[in-house]
Structure formats: structure tokens, C-alpha cells
Design a protein around this ligand. Structure first.
Ligand code: NAI
Length: 546
């Protein structure tokens, strides 16, 4: 039936309601509703943001699976950005596993099939020659942090192509929720240069380029054009490289670290987190850094990032570089990294010691008797019963870090680490594990994740307008993180703070990072009289502006 009256042009408030950056939903007050022409378009109740957050948390309970919860939060993000970030801000411990590891791993695997709405910027192999033009299309001019991936090594899940977009989005969510960076300053980018995952290219729903990933010169040139475009369009932006596969990750860092304000989270952020975990573990069980014998299961970005930080820290404490490296042993998919091997790339060579080749981890643990076993292999179950029992035979309180993400790739669970070491292990993992009841007490594993580092690094860089991100800043970040671990944390076995303290950790890390930047003359802004106040002023709390 025809309307009795022709429709009027929509009130201006309708645009406000459909823009996630301006939509307050039921929190619009009656005067606001009158002014914007929204009376009648919203239910009559006027709610506070706290009431809205309570409804979100209630609705999360009603979802059947964590992926459903993730998608519910994504839809909220698309509807009401302030409420989304306020929910994360107020309930970090509950929401972190949903928007970040482990659920983000499954969300990436299902990204194309469960696609809701575009978010972030997609630059593809077909956009070569006009990447700067496309970057200029991004509607925000105040971008201060970019997280970019090419999707080639998403968590421990391998090449997920354009489906990897969930990772830059999730990382930037933490910049906002933990580092207090304004959402409009954050830009997630998927650099889709193809995928070598053939199953994905054949997938009916796949949303990325259906072509093999660019190789060699073509790949390097696309990366170079991308970086140049970022510098031209957003000069001074902090550029975070995320989940690039091994070879390009090291090459990108080597090429750009001294040229622009950038870092590689998997190498440097993880390095700082690993060193912080060691510092905290030493407080728990005694001993000095320079006497630890460390075995890494994995010799990629994460393992080498930690090894680099640890050896540099040992050197700062008086060991020679050679003595420090001699305390770190690496194992890759081909066995122990030893001098006799001819298949080693340059970046593994410093850790290739004189030793007989050893093909498997159990043999390496038996031969080397490490005090610390760090897993960054992307291989689920690698720390099996035999390995962990062997480890516990050689050292009274082994430190075990099963860092591989998501949970399905963890080298062992918390329960296994405690059970197979007779409750003596100090345990941390990349994805969270619940506390484990143990002989009348409860052991609480820490979450060893670079989420404790990068939001604070980003905040610190922004507060002082650092020109570069230096190793000294990551050392400072590691110490600051370790200092945030309290005696109570240590008492229940936790060598990282719980997730609900991530915001305080980010502020402390930012303080240390900015101080390091000032000390190195890398800051554009003059040092404020009260650095903590400057940091607090930068950390926005998501709330509606009235
Ligand atoms: P990568 O691809 O650079 O390195 C993986 C390494 O594991 C390679 O050296 C490979 O040879 C080795 N490897 C594979 N199978 C092995 C086996 N059976 N035994 C021993 N070594 C084996 O990857 P990347 O960036 O180092 O990441 C590795 C894992 O660490 C991923 O699962 C990732 O999610 C996780 N990670 C966790 C972080 C955290 O904050 N907790 C941060 C960065 C990475």
C-alpha cells in the first residue's frame, strides 16, 4: 500500500546513527535526540555507557562459541565504536582471548566465509604503481599507527593470505584498549600480494587475490613501494610489521629499521617479552641471567628475537658476546643448530655452536641440560612427556615457555608442564591457559605474549614523537614489563601480569620507551616536566562526548 504522505528527507541524526564513530545508540540523551531528529528512531530508554556495556557482556554469554563471541564483538565494532572499545577497556581479561589470540586465529581461518563488513585498507599486487593514491583514500588524516601484514605467517597457522586481516585489526584493538591510542589514529593494512595456500585460492568464499604470492624482486619492489607510500602519505607514522613469514620479516627489519619509525613485533616485541619473562622467573627462583642455559625449540623470528635480546642483556651484565651466545642453543625443523650444518641462513649462524648434530628435542634436552626451554616452533605437543621429564631431571625449577599461538599450536599445555615436571616448572604460554589445581594449591600460568610490549611501545613512541624504534627502547620495555610483575603474581607462579593489568603495563612500558628515546636523542618533542602526566593525557578512555 502507498504511504499517505511522501517520505521526508531523513533527519541528520540518521547519518550519526549509522556511523560507528558517532553512534551512541541508546545513550543519546533526549536533548541530543531532539537536536539530531532521532526521537522515534530509538527506544525511549536513555542508558549510560555502563548499562550498554553490561548488555554486551550479557549477550556475549549467550553466544554458543568463542568464534560467535568474536563475531558479535566485530559487529558491535561496526555499529558503535566507542561502546566496543569501552567494553574491551572495562573487561580486558574476558575480551582479550576473543578479539586476540586464541580466537583471532580461528577468525582468520574463517575470515572470508564469515565476512561481515570491510575494515582497514587492502592494497594488492594489482595496485602496484598507485599505492600512495589508495592510501590517500583512507578517510582519516590523523593516522599515527599502522599495523601491516602480508598474511604469509599468521600466528602458527601458516599462509592465510588476505584472511590474515584479522591480525592487524586485533593488534590495533589493543593499541586502543591498552595503549589508549584514539581509534581514528589506527590503520590496519592487508598487503595482499597473493597466497601460496592453494586450498585458499580454490576456496569458494576466499576474498583475497587468487594468485601465487609475488616472489623475489617483484615482492621486494611491492614492499618498497608500500613503505614509500606510507612515508609520503603519513610521514612520521609508526609502522608495525606483523606476521610476515620468516625471510621477508628479517629482510624488512634490516632494511628499514634505521630509515623510518618502524619495528617488527614478532622479532622485537617478542624479544622484549621473552627477556621480561626471564627477568621475572629469576626473581621467582633465584640465579643470574648470565648463568642460564637456554634452549629454543624454533629458530625463527620469535626465537631469534628473544635470543638477541637475552644475549645483549647478558653482555650488558659483563659476559662477552661469544660467552652470551654460547648460553643460547636453537633447534629448528632440521634439528639442533650446529656449526657443521650447511643449510643455515645468516641470521641463525651466530648461534651455530660446535656440537654433534642432534635430530630431536629430547636428545637436545638430554645433551644440553637447559634451565630454560622456550617454544616458538608453531608445533603443537612438541614438549611431550619425555621432553619435559628429561628437562626436569636436569634442573630443579625449569622455566618453560610454550609461546606458539594459537592454543592449538602450543608446544604443551599448562597442565602438562606442571604434571610432567612434578609441579616444579615455571610456565608461561603465548595463548592463555586457566589456573591449574596442584597438590592443594593453585598454579597460575602467565601469558607470555607481545601484547605486553607493543601497545606501550606505540604509546611511548607517540608521546615523545620518536623518529626511530631502537633496541634500547625494547630493553627498557622488557625491564618495565618485568617490574610490573608483583610479588603476589610470582607467588602463584605467574611471571607476567594478568591481562586486566595490560593498561597499567602499557603506561609503564610507554614511560620507559619515551625515556629511552629522550636519552638517545630520538624524540622530536621536548621532554615534559611530568612524563607520567603526558602519558596519561595521551591515553583516552572510550566515552561519549556530550
Ligand atoms: P617462524 O616461521 O619464523 O619460525 C618457526 C621456527 O620453528 C622455524 O625455525 C622452524 O624451523 C621451527 N620449527 C618448526 N617445526 C619445528 C620442530 N618440530 N622442532 C623445532 N623447531 C621447529 O615463525 P615465528 O614468527 O618465529 O613464530 C613461531 C611461533 O611463535 C608461532 O606459532 C607464533 O604464533 C608464535 N609467536 C608467539 C608470540 C608471542 O607473543 N607469544 C610472538 C611471535 C610469535
Amino acid at each position: 500500500m502507498a504511504r499517505a504522505h511522501p517520505p521526508q528527507s531523513p533527519p541528520p541524526g540518521v547519518a550519526v546513527l549509522s556511523d560507528p564513530a558517532t553512534n551512541h545508540g541508546t545513550a543519546f540523551t533526549h536533548p541530543q535526540r531532539e537536536a539530531l531528529g532521532l526521537q522515534g528512531l530509538l527506544p525511549p530508554a536513555v542508558e549510560t555507557i555502563e548499562q550498554q556495556v553490561a548488555r554486551v557482556m550479557d549477550n556475549l554469554q549467550l553466544q554458543a562459541t568463542d568464534l560467535d563471541r568474536h563475531l558479535y564483538l566485530r559487529a558491535l565494532h561496526d555499529r558503535n565504536e566507542i561502546l566496543y572499545y569501552r567494553t574491551l577497556h572495562d573487561h580486558l581479561a574476558q575480551t582479550l582471548p576473543l578479539i586476540y589470540t586464541p580466537t583471532v586465529g580461528q577468525a582468520c581461518q574463517e575470515y572470508s566465509r564469515r565476512f561481515l563488513a570491510p575494515r582497514g585498507l587492502y592494497l594488492t599486487a594489482h595496485d602496484r604503481g598507485r599505492m600512495a593514491e589508495l592510501l590517500r583514500r583512507w578517510p582519516q588524516s590523523q593516522v599515527s599507527v599502522i599495523v601491516v601484514t602480508d598474511g604469509s605467517r599468521i600466528l602458527g597457522l601458516g599462509d592465510l593470505g588476505a584472511n590474515g586481516m584479522g591480525i592487524p585489526i586485533g593488534k590495533l584493538d589493543l593499541y586502543v584498549a591498552c595503549g589508549g591510542i584514539a581509534p581514528a589514529q589506527c590503520l590496519p593494512i592487508m598487503l595482499d600480494l597473493g597466497t601460496d595456500n592453494a586450498a585458499l585460492r580454490d576456496d569458494l568464499f576466499y576474498l583475497g587475490l587468487r594468485q601465487p604470492r609475488l616472489q623475489g624482486q617483484a615482492y621486494a619492489q611491492a614492499l618498497a613501494e608500500f613503505v614509500a607510500a606510507v612515508q609520503a602519505v603519513y610521514p612520521g607514522v609508526l609502522l608495525q610489521f606483523e606476521d610476515f613469514s620468516n625471510q621477508p620479516a628479517f629482510a624488512l627489519l634490516a632494511r628499514y629499521r634505521d630509515q623510518l619509525c618502524c619495528f617488527n613485533d614478532d622479532i622485537q616485541g617478542t624479544g622484549a617479552m621473552g627477556l621480561a619473562g626471564l627477568y621475572a622467573a629469576l626473581r621467582l627462583r633465584g640465579g643470574t641471567l648470565g648463568t642460564q642455559r637456554i634452549l629454543f625449540a624454533g629458530a625463527g623470528e620469535a626465537a631469534l628475537g628473544i635470543a638477541h635480546m637475552v644475549t645483549a642483556a647478558m653482555t650488558a651484565q659483563g659476559l662477552s658476546p661469544a660467552e652470551a651466545r654460547a648460553r643460547c642453543w636453537l633447534m629448528d625443523s632440521q634439528g639442533l643448530v650446529v656449526a657443521a650444518r650447511t643449510d643455515l641462513p645468516e641470521h641463525k649462524r651466530p648461534y651455530a655452536h660446535d656440537h654433534a648434530p642432534l635430530p630431536d628435542l629430547h636428545a637436545a634436552v638430554a645433551a644440553l641440560r637447559p634451565d630454560v626451554l622456550i617454544g616458538a616452533s608453531g608445533t603443537a605437543g612438541l614438549f611431550d612427556e619425555a621432553v619435559l621429564r628429561e628437562l626436569a631431571r636436569g634442573t630443579p625449577r625449569p622455566l618453560v615457555m610454550a609461546l606458539s599461538n594459537p592454543t592449538s599450536k602450543a608446544e604443551c599445555t599448562a597442565q602438562q608442564a606442571y604434571a610432567w615436571t612434578g609441579g616444579r616448572a615455571i610456565f608461561a604460554s603465548g595463548s592463555p591457559f586457566p589456573p591449574v589445581p596442584w597438590e592443594g594449591t593453585t598454579l597460575s600460568p602467565g601469558q607470555g605474549n607481545n601484547a605486553f610490549i607493543f601497545p606501550g611501545v606505540g604509546l611511548g613512541v607517540r608521546v615523545c614523537s620518536a623518529r626511530r624504534v631502537s633496541d634500547a627502547m625494547f630493553f627498557a620495555a622488557a625491564q618495565a614489563l618485568a617490574d610490573q610483575v608483583t610479588a603476589a603474581d610470582l607467588q602463584c607462579g605467574r611471571i607476567f601480569p594478568p591481562a586486566d593489568r595490560l593498561r597499567a603495563v602499557a603506561a609503564a612500558v610507554a614511560h620507559a620507551v619515551a625515556r629511552a628515546a629522550y636519552a638517545q636523542g630520538l624524540a622530536e618533542k621536548p621532554e615534559p616536566a611530568d612524563l607520567d602526566a603526558a602519558i596519561r593525557a595521551h591515553m583516552t578512555v572510550p566515552r561519549y562526548r556530550v
